[in-house]
Design a protein around this ligand. Structure first.
Ligand SMILES: [Zn+2]
Length: 429
């Protein structure tokens, strides 16, 4: 397992400011040992990605214990590749580092639902792409001005969140970016903002929720964490374990120095934003899906949407989270194969832990094409069809989902053969 040196060093640096001089010295030694025992590649990555917590002293420790050319490469403006966020690091009069972040220029159209996120990730890097998406979307909605988001603090927060996503096949930083972009397209494709009289705070709540909604996802489901008695299940009393974890962590990060994106809004606005975000992220728990479906009827009975902002934000968040089958075929296929393999990996873990293998997670039984037809017919279409009837401008979701269902129907045999192959492989092991 890769040790998150950056995070550990940051936490220790933070603790250093609150302890006695004697303990401070001991802690400094600990940090130097930590840095010394870490891989230099790891450190280089962390410096490249920016670290507002490493003090001058710690930076010099890194320089002492690491390969100098690598560190120089990491902090040199000229040599940082286009894939990395460009940062200028300069020492201010105090001992803290002043990091200025600027994103690479990116000319793609953030309003295009047919955007190829996988190609963009190759070009810009995954975590950086989340920041680019966020900057474009928040600029589109004028949130830097209306919400008083400081660009540098905002980008630092985005980058930290982006790097905190684990490299799962599906629940990774690209999924966060994808969902946020989907939510953005939904908002610009409909007149929901005008109809419900949303203000920037509501848009910010939706986009931030999407950005953080799977933060630090471990790649296994709530039921798996419950079954193994994971410490997260204990912490959150088995209730929406992951969703509670994601949103709680996201707010904890905003408490860190230089990452408080909420510093320029009033306490009341912060409380409202927090309530909306918690509600939206907790609403991504699939056990809440029937609630979202039944909420659709509220929209049809209630033409006055002004009082339904919280419901709409949560609904759009969930819709964004379920938008893969409504993307164009190529993108839909990539996400599908990724989530199925992540599910299969959980199935493998369940098998080896003598836990019943969850439905859809047994690689020796599940036909991916059939599972998708069932998912689109049984979950997606019954949700988005009435939704698109009530909220105008989203018909492309239904059209694409139906088209993808047809494509999967034509691939049943292909995926049946893959299951047989897997069984043969397991038998020969
Ligand atoms: Zn998600």
């Amino acid at each position: 397992m890769k040790v998150p040196t950056f995070e550990i060093a940051s936490i220790l640096e933070d603790i250093k400011t609150r302890i006695s001089a004697e303990d401070k010295e001991k802690l400094s030694w600990c940090i130097s040992q930590l840095i010394e025992s870490s891989g230099k590649t790891d450190l280089t990555t962390h410096i490249q990605s920016g670290n507002t917590y490493l003090t001058e002293e710690t930076l010099s420790q890194i320089e002492q214990h690491s390969s100098l050319p690598l560190i120089r490469l990491a902090i040199s403006d000229e040599e940082i590749s286009r894939k990395s966020i460009n940062r200028r690091i300069s020492l201010s009069s105090s001992s803290s580092l002043d990091l200025e972040i600027s994103l690479p220029s990116a000319n793609f159209d953030i309003n295009d639902f047919n955007i190829n996120i996988f190609e963009l990730a190759k070009e810009f890097g995954e975590a950086t792409l989340l920041s680019i998406y966020a900057q474009k979307i928040f600029a589109y909605w004028n949130l830097f001005i209306s919400m008083g988001f400081d660009l540098q603090v905002f980008l630092r927060y985005c980058q930290y969140i982006g790097e905190g996503y684990k490299p799962n096949l599906y629940h990774n930083v690209l999924h966060a970016a994808d969902v946020m972009q989907a939510c953005h397209v939904f908002m610009i494709s409909t007149n929901i903002v005008e109809l419900s009289e949303m203000i920037p705070l509501h848009i910010a709540a939706l986009m931030l929720s999407a950005m953080v909604h799977d933060y630090k996802h471990p790649g296994v489901s709530n039921s798996y964490l419950y079954m193994i008695g994971d410490k997260l299940a204990i912490r959150y009393n088995d209730v929406s374990i992951l969703e509670n974890y994601h949103v709680s962590k996201a707010f904890q990060i905003a408490l860190k120095e230089n990452m408080n994106i909420f510093s320029n809004i009033s306490k009341e606005e912060y409380r409202t934003l927090r309530k909306l975000m918690i509600n939206a992220v907790l609403g991504t728990d699939m056990t809440k899906h029937p609630q979202h479906v039944s909420n659709l009827s509220k929209l049809s009975q209630n033409n006055d949407l002004k009082g339904e902002k919280e419901l709409l934000i949560s609904l759009f968040m969930h819709l964004g989270d379920l938008s893969n089958p409504s993307r164009i075929e190529k993108i839909c296929e990539e996400w599908t194969l990724r989530i199925c393999e992540e599910f299969f990996l959980q199935g493998d873990k369940e098998r080896s832990n003598n836990i019943p293998v969850s439905p859809l997670m047994d690689r020796y039984l599940v036909n991916i094409a059939k599972s998708q037809i069932g998912f689109i017919s049984g979950v997606i279409l019954p949700f988005i069809t009435p939704l698109c009837r009530e909220i105008k401008g989203l018909d492309f979701l239904v059209t694409n989902a139906q088209a993808n269902k047809e494509v999967w129907a034509g691939r049943i045999n292909e995926f049946e053969e893959k299951i047989v192959k897997s069984k043969d492989q397991s038998a020969s092991l």
